[in-house]
Ligand binder design. Structure first.
Ligand code: MOS
Length: 751
């Protein structure tokens, strides 16, 4: 049976269905590992079984003789990567240092580091041959435990170079003033290593089309960043590297850096002269790509007896690898969220013998918010005040970090919307005071915020003879519905039906766009789509003005122009028509095209720009088993204009589920004796499933921010999860009186 969906106008805000939904659910969408190239062969990686040391010998003879094997590549026979020879082969932000030089030497820097790739005609034969590689090592002593190495925390290089860096130590008012506060608390918080684990495994097909021309079908959030990185590695022009990522099956941040398996595939393709496909196993997703770093935090806080914050000190130490410095904005919210006159922050990283971490789901802000928003709840209890009232009392109308006004801030509206919907009035301050049968009932809340970032992007808009509009930009869509939002922005700007519009992305040959990350794609690329559509209409109007009916078009208001099949017309004057054929004749072209660059203005210097979220949670906790069930989630967000209520709601839902995972189930366990993860599949590493996801409701303030861009958007992706884990932890406290400061909150911590 064919289901007919109602006609959709594509207006901004409409809960329009995803433009690529059908392709995805029918399997027609093509992901990186699914391209079929003539002569394609398969690469399987061999990982080190020690954590630190050197390879003493590596015996590949048996593997080389196995059926179907084309090559076994190790540091002994790898083609040299020109970029590796540079003394300083700098990492791309957000990391500093030097990315792992794959097969470059005999050094082992972390457990399961790729030390060989076996290439064979089938995946099975490659996998079998990989099992035949025999390696002997000289082992060094390793360190993989952050808490045992907190004293080795250091200031990241960016902060050393620039004391104004957001990573540098920060001081407002007096240093560590909380120590002299009337009511004070001091507490430590721990977030374990968490793994992204998107549905789609990390995958690449590397194809040298010529000795200096590389094409990769790669799972990445940054086609242009990937292009830059590999061009630099191989010393070839950026234009010679083509990166395709048309569909990405979830990423959560782990496509924001390039990983060793990508380089290994490119090396293998070079060596064999064949396109090489490498798909990580689920187990390798725990060792060969990034993750949320294990992070220790300490908060000192003081308040007056009537609930005014007087001081916050927030310190953090996160783990990084021995070869790269990964950093994130763990402490930013503590500087700007509350009025406190005295704020101290100290951010450190510690190098361990592990692979490099990377941003994950709301990144450092989600990590930092767990500590900050838990401490806020603790302080509300310390002064015996409702935690919502406590937050309102410490609300700030200007950014205390820099004194600038907010571009927009509707946090109080979010408080009100959320408190009503969750029934906050049913909450009792006294822990354990509400019951439902055998279960203890608790209410909790947490606030999230994330910078409303906007970068520069370029969009090509091409109106074809048949009245179809094709837009192109080198952004990616890791799942939030970017293509859908872009179509709606174009449909609204041009007054066109959405089915006539296609947005193409995920290709480095398209006009420039940044990576999809940091909640900034609609802010950046959406603004560029709007600008390109405005430029296109201007161009069409000019062209129409020179046709036989030109006078009417010349005098028309741009909004009056209607783009239809075969011709341009005017909404106010049904008789005015200009055939595309005539327009194109003016232009001497087969289609009308504009390429428009769009950049943020200088409002950024005048205003402080953030999105906000408030998460209200109700949990049930079983007093005997310690089982926590999240029963209800209400998240309210101030994210500026909402382009699509449905995809925006989906993002909030994804963030909520991620937040449940962070709070209750997720944590990678490493056996420090061997430096190896013992949780390395989805049976041992627990992510929430449907049964863990409660009744969830999402609400948006949906008021435009005129300073970020003309659309009024601020970004949603990160605030969907930032603040969720502490909301759940605070609800658990309200239910049980137990304050759990180390995630995840597993039953053993509650009984
Ligand atoms: Mo996100 S952690 O910016 O993919």
């Amino acid at each position: 049976m064919k289901e007919q969906s109602p006609k959709q106008s594509g207006a901004i805000g409409e809960p329009m269905n995803r433009v690529d939904g059908r392709l995805k659910v029918t399997g027609a969408a093509k992901y990186s590992a699914e391209y079929e190239l003539p002569g394609l062969v398969h690469g399987v990686l061999v990982g080190s079984t020690i954590t630190k040391g050197t390879i003493k010998s590596i015996d590949t003879r048996q593997a080389e003789r196995a059926p179907g094997v084309l090559a076994v590549i190790t540091y002994l026979n790898s083609p040299k990567v020109p970029g590796f020879a540079e003394r300083d082969h700098p990492a791309e932000p957000p990391t500093a240092g030097q990315p792992l030089r794959v097969f470059h030497d005999n050094k082992v820097l972390f457990n399961d580091q790729p030390i060989a790739i076996v290439v064979a005609d089938t995946l099975e034969r490659a996998r079998y041959a990989a099992s035949l590689v025999k390696t002997q090592y000289d082992q060094d002593k390793h360190q993989t435990n952050l808490e045992a190495n907190l004293d080795k925390g250091f200031l990241p290089v960016q902060a050393k170079k620039n004391p104004k860096s957001p990573l540098a130590d920060y001081q407002r008012g007096e240093v560590d003033a909380y120590k002299n506060g009337a009511t004070k608390l001091e507490a430590e918080y721990v977030i374990p290593t968490e793994m992204h684990n998107p549905m789609e495994l990390q995958a690449i097909i590397a194809h040298w089309e010529a000795p200096d021309k590389l094409t990769v079908y790669d799972k990445t959030q940054a086609v242009m960043g990937t292009q830059r990185a590999f061009a630099k590695d191989w010393g070839i022009p950026e234009a010679n590297v083509k990166v395709i990522a048309t569909f990405v099956g979830g990423a959560f941040g782990n496509g924001l850096h390039n990983w060793p398996h990508e380089t290994a595939a490119i090396i293998a393709a070079k060596k064999t002269g064949r396109p090489v496909k490498v798909v990580l196993t689920r187990e390798q997703m725990f060792t060969m790509v990034g993750y949320r770093p294990y992070t220790w935090q300490k908060i000192g806080m003081s308040a007056t007896p009537d609930g005014k914050l007087t001081a916050i000190t927030h310190e953090s130490v996160g783990q990084t690898s021995s070869y790269e410095q990964f950093t994130e904005s763990t402490l930013q919210q503590t500087r700007m969220m509350y009025t406190s006159p005295n704020v101290t922050t100290r951010y450190r990283i510690a190098s361990l013998d592990v692979s490099t971490p990377i941003w994950m789901r709301g990144p450092g802000e989600a990590t930092g918010a767990f500590a900050l928003e838990s401490a806020i709840d603790e302080m509300a209890y310390a002064v015996n005040m409702d935690p919502l009232e406590f937050r309102v009392r410490n609300h700030t109308d200007t950014d205390p970090d820099n004194g600038k006004p907010w571009s927009t801030k509707y946090l109080k509206e979010c408080f009100q919307m959320g408190a009503e919907r969750i029934g906050w009035k049913n909450r009792k301050q006294q822990p354990g005071a509400v019951r439902a049968g055998d279960w203890l009932v608790g209410y909790g809340m947490g606030v999230g915020t994330f910078g409303a970032h906007r970068g520069a992007a370029t969009v090509r808009a091409r109106l074809q003879k048949n009245g179809q509009l094709v837009l192109q930009s080198a952004t990616t869509d890791i799942g939030p519905g970017t293509g859908t939002a872009m179509v709606q922005i174009a449909a609204t700007t041009l007054g066109m039906p959405p089915e006539k519009i296609t947005f193409q992305l995920g290709n480095s040959t398209f006009p420039q766009a940044p990576s999809q990350g940091g909640s900034s794609t609609v802010n950046t690329v959406g603004a560029a789509v709007q600008d390109a559509c405005i430029a296109l209409r201007k161009k069409l109007q000019q062209l129409a003005s020179a046709t036989p009916n030109g006078a009417a078009f010349n005098a028309a208001k741009p909004e009056d122009i209607v783009i239809s099949e075969g011709h341009l017309s005017l909404a106010s004057d049904k008789l005015a028509k200009a055939a595309y054929a005539d327009l194109l004749k003016q232009n001497n072209e087969a289609e009308v095209e504009v390429v428009t660059e769009s950049k943020p203005g200088n409002d950024r210097d005048k205003y402080s720009m953030y999105s906000y979220s408030v998460h209200f949670v109700q949990v049930h906790v079983h007093p005997l088993t310690g089982e926590v069930r999240v029963k209800k989630i209400i998240s309210c967000a101030d994210a500026g204009t909402i382009i699509n209520q449905k995809t925006a709601g989906n993002q909030m839902m994804g963030g909520a589920v991620g937040g449940i995972g962070m709070a209750l189930t997720e944590g990678a366990v490493i056996d420090d004796r061997f430096g190896r993860y013992v949780t390395k599949d989805l049976a041992d590493y627990h992510v929430p499933v449907h049964a863990d996801a409660p009744n969830m409701e999402f609400a948006f303030v949906n008021k435009p921010d005129p300073h970020v861009n003309a659309l009024g958007t601020k970004g949603i992706g990160e605030i969907a999860i930032i603040g969720m884990a502490p909301a759940i932890a605070n609800a658990v406290f309200n239910a049980t009186g137990k304050r759990i400061r180390e995630l995840p909150i597993t039953p053993d911590k509650l009984i």
